[in-house]
Write a new protein. Structure first.
Length: 322
């Protein structure tokens, strides 16, 4: 079984039991994204390949830690030997930090508004980065919205200013204002991710009624003019009710503009808890489509310096997963 097939099976369940030797140093926690509010996760790697699994004592998948990071993954009839990776913050090789762990918007599929997390101080963020410097190669920032989009952007810009002296590539993913790309680029940010989330405007409107789909598209297009092709990303969730044809159309629209899609399998939580996770077969089909379209557009995920496309833990990523 090839890695992409193993990973598709893992992403279709996305959880694991963890047994064997103590593994606390390998457990990561999340304040945003697919694992927000969960019991933590581990990153299992085989060679250069990586997948993130949320911890669940009832999972049918099991990771057995043999000690020193050496581990075996058991999924279905397959046994895969590899390693647990020690995270920087949130993921390996990066300090991927959630600045504000709450949000005024209430997108149906997102648990963050219900978690009512706090905002990290700038000194706290600096301390977090400093503590993991020996094992990171990038800094990535994401954030909810504490009071307004404009206030959140201003605070994120302050954080970025203070992080620039570390000399590491910085990527940022926030809900933008129309000038966010200009302001982030002026501070030295190398990559941005602004999320359209859904493959169609109709699904987006149902899932994120407080947000503006067309506005985000406009900011993405301007971002490519500022950062360049392949340095701008956008999450698209697989499993919100879109067809494969609609997903293909969305991927083509993004890549034709030089934007790298981050195709994220649905985590059925919050108001989307009634929806099923996409199957391994569907994930592999969309992966093949994604791979073909990226090649046609001359976009290479292996050039990503920060954020999700650099990590690859939560998604099947053409060019990195084979």
């Amino acid at each position: 079984m090839r890695w992409k097939e193993i990973k598709a099976l893992v992403l279709a369940t996305a959880t694991t039991r963890l047994s064997g030797e103590p593994a606390d140093r390998y457990i990561a926690t999340s304040a945003a994204g697919p694992g927000a509010g969960g019991e933590g996760s581990v990153f299992f790697s085989m060679g250069s390949h990586r997948v993130r699994l949320a911890l669940d004592p009832m999972s049918e998948t099991e990771v057995v830690h043999r000690g020193g990071g050496v581990a075996d993954l058991f999924i279905g009839a397959a046994q895969v030997s590899g390693r647990l990776e020690e995270p920087g913050y949130h993921c390996p090789n990066q300090a991927y930090i959630t600045i504000t762990g709450s949000c005024i918007f209430k997108c149906t599929y997102c648990p963050v508004p219900h978690l009512k997390g706090g905002r990290k101080s700038i000194e706290e963020i600096l301390g977090m980065v400093q503590s993991v410097l020996p094992r990171i190669r990038a800094i990535s920032l994401t954030s909810g919205v504490l009071s307004s989009v404009e206030e959140e952007e201003a605070y994120v810009l302050e954080v970025v200013q203070r992080l620039v002296p570390f000399g590491l590539p910085i990527g940022v993913s926030i809900y933008p204002t129309d000038l966010s790309p200009d302001r982030l680029h002026a501070l030295g940010v190398v990559e941005v991710k602004f999320n359209i989330e859904a493959a169609t405007p109709q699904i987006f409107g149902a899932m994120c009624p407080d947000l503006d789909y067309d506005f985000i598209w406009g900011v993405l297009e301007r971002s490519v003019r500022i950062f360049g092709r392949g340095r701008v990303f956008s999450n698209v969730i697989i499993g919100l009710g879109e067809t494969d044809a609609e997903m293909e159309q969305c991927i083509r629209r993004l890549t034709a503009r030089g934007i790298l899609p981050v195709l994220r399998p649905l985590n059925p939580v919050a108001g989307a808890s009634h929806l099923p996770r996409p199957s391994a077969d569907r994930l592999l089909g969309i992966f093949a489509m994604h791979e073909r379209i990226l090649e046609q557009e001359g976009l290479d995920t292996r050039q990503a310096l920060t954020m999700c496309t650099n990590c690859t833990g939560c998604d099947l990523v053409p060019g990195k997963d084979a």
